[in-house]
Write a protein that binds this ligand. Structure first.
Ligand code: 6FA
Length: 541
């Protein structure tokens, strides 16, 4: 028996697709290359201090910073050169969990969406009803470790910002700040894994989830897909999982993962397909269709990611929490005990406490938004010749978001690893100058907050030089969008308005890569709304 739908990748996009398709009575195979994440999914990576506990590294919000720099980081994709999650939930299981409901601007024509996508409200409402956000994640309703919010709130007030509950007003991002909004429930990471995936898996006669099952390519005759190539012969001869007649494949393997599957399926720019053809990977080579069947589309172009530059300060009121260095291996006993008892306290929250937004008009007269995030700690961002007290450090990362004009390109290298080919940061110098202006504005207000000291950048550099020399690896924010963007023409887009790959009959993409440009904030809220709307369009075809 075959499948009505094969969904490749169990990240935010793929999970929502699998749930809504099975809700509509479709038989769905959900293929995920990684393994379990949270305890609910069978994950077992618990801290030594949690005895006995079923709270894993992926469940505990306060463990977020410790995902970087652990001894065996099996959760990161080992064949993508930037951070990407390869486990159930994808990036949603390893990210900070910052979660912003979509705004009208996020789906506007000006943001590059084609006509037909602007009425996002019902889909955004579906997401928020399945997964409400919280800006008070601790189960006792209190905020913890909020000194950095107080300090930066003072600075922002002096610049005419006002405080708001961000997700109560998704459309207002002008001179506002508010507490971080997260996709946590009950003091634990939730995301689509805790909600949509559970309803999908409850439809046992319709949904099959296979873990540790990487898809290398789709199997196709011309533009018609008949199945997908896996490593699992229990799914079909030679590991090919077959579609039912009229069936469809949905790629939800993330920006780098989906693009690679397309290249290995003979879909994309010829330079990428030639890398597959000439590769030492015999299986990938063997599954690549002959050149006469290649489909030329701009897969991997048009990518953006928020460039972020981190300023480091000290203030006597701050508890830097050892910059989270001991949060996994050697926690403060009272905080660990409190969290284990009822998922309250410091550990019920990730490091980022406050977020702020405003717009700038650049020298090209275009409007760009900046988002700022505020966290206690962040000593690793300090590059300074000033002496400072590490236990009083706070870090403010300033990102460019909606309206940024730089674009890069992603692809594969000769080992078929996913890589940025052209970094998406500051290819337009006005992006850079706008970010410099925004940072200068923040720095100009440091004097308004008694006791606040800027340590990075220090007095050996100018802000402009600091930003210009900031390493790409540090500008990176892991919010890749646009590689398979939605549009109306195969010369400039990869999927059509129904998210179908151009020049195919039954291949779709539903993940971050179809989003044409960056939303106001961290993208998962917009990715989930996009997935809801995409599935509705696909089912209506
Ligand atoms: N986004 C937010 O909204 N808030 C945040 O706080 C935030 N922080 C981070 C962050 O701290 C890090 C370190 C990273 C990496 C990302 C962050 N993001 C944040 C971005 C957000 O997580 C991503 O934008 C979002 O997860 C993208 O969702 P997608 O559905 O497009 O794709 P994923 O990469 O999440 O999932 C792809 C899945 O496919 C994975 O489970 C992967 O294992 C699987 N897969 C890949 N290739 C496959 C293959 N060939 N076969 C089968 N499965 C495959």
């Amino acid at each position: 028996a075959g499948w009505d739908y094969i969904v490749v990748g169990a990240g935010p996009g793929g999970i929502i697709a699998a749930d809504r398709l099975s809700e509509a009575g479709k038989k769905v195979l959900l293929l995920e290359r990684g393994g379990p994440s949270t305890a609910q999914t069978g994950g077992t990576y618990t801290p030594s201090w949690g005895i006995p506990t079923n709270l894993t590294k992926f469940d505990i919000p306060g463990a977020f910073e410790t995902l970087f720099g652990d001894t065996n980081e099996y959760w990161w994709c080992n064949d993508i050169s930037v951070w990407a999650g390869c486990l159930i939930g994808g990036g949603g299981s390893v990210n900070a969990g910052l979660y912003w409901y979509a705004s009208n601007s996020d789906f506007s024509l000006a943001s590059g969406w084609p006509t037909g996508w602007q009425n996002h409200t019902p889909y955004t409402a579906k997401v928020s009803s399945r997964l409400p956000s919280t800006d008070h994640p601790s189960t006792d309703g209190k905020l913890y470790l909020e000194q950095s919010s107080t300090v930066m709130g003072q600075l922002l007030n002096s610049q005419g910002y006002s405080q708001t509950t961000i997700n109560s007003n998704p459309n207002s991002k002008e001179h506002v700040y508010g507490f971080s909004s997260y996709d946590y429930l009950g003091g634990k990471r939730a995301g689509p894994v805790a909600t949509y995936l559970q309803t999908a898996l409850a439809r046992t006669s319709l949904v099959t989830l296979k873990l540790y099952t990487p898809v290398t390519a789709v199997v196709r005759t011309g533009g018609t897909i008949t199945g997908v190539q896996t490593n699992d012969t229990s799914l079909g001869p030679n590991g090919v999982a077959a579609l039912n007649p009229g069936g469809r494949v949905i790629l939800s393997a993330g920006a780098f993962g989906t693009s690679r599957i397309l290249f290995q399926s003979g879909i994309g720019p010829s330079d990428m397909l030639q890398i597959v053809q000439n590769s030492g990977n015999a299986a990938a080579k063997a599954h690549l269709p002959p050149a006469a069947q290649w489909i030329n589309l701009p897969v991997g172009y048009n990518v953006s990611d928020n460039p972020g530059v981190t300023l480091v300060f000290t203030h006597p009121s701050i508890d830097a929490y050892d910059s989270w260095a001991n949060a996994w291996t050697n926690p403060r006993p009272a905080d660990a005990a409190q969290y284990l008892k009822n998922q309250s306290g410091v550990y019920a929250d990730a490091s980022i406490k406050l977020n702020f937004w405003r717009s700038y008009v650049g020298t090209d007269h275009k409007t760009r938004w900046i988002q700022g995030t505020v966290r206690p700690g962040g000593v690793s961002y300090a590059m300074t010749n000033f002496p400072f007290n590490a236990s009083q450090v706070l870090a403010v990362t300033v990102y460019l978001s909606t309206g940024l004009t730089s674009r890069g390109r992603l692809g594969i290298d000769n080992n078929l690893n996913g890589v940025p080919l052209v970094q998406p940061y500051f290819t337009d110098p006005v992006d850079e100058s706008t970010l410099v202006t925004a940072i200068n504005d923040i720095i100009a207000s440091v004097k308004n907050v008694p006791g606040l000291k800027l340590i990075t950048p220090d007095n050996t550099t100018t802000v402009a030089n600091f930003v210009r020399t900031y390493a790409d690896a540090n500008l990176l924010s892991n919010h890749w969008v646009g590689a398979n963007k939605v549009g109306t023409s195969p010369t400039s887009a990869v999927v059509d308005v129904n998210t179908k790959v151009f020049n195919t009959t039954n291949l779709f993409v539903v993940d971050a890569s179809i989003i044409p440009s960056l939303p106001y904030g961290n993208p998962t809220g917009v990715i989930m709304s996009t997935a809801e709307q995409a599935v509705a369009k696909i089912l209506a075809l």
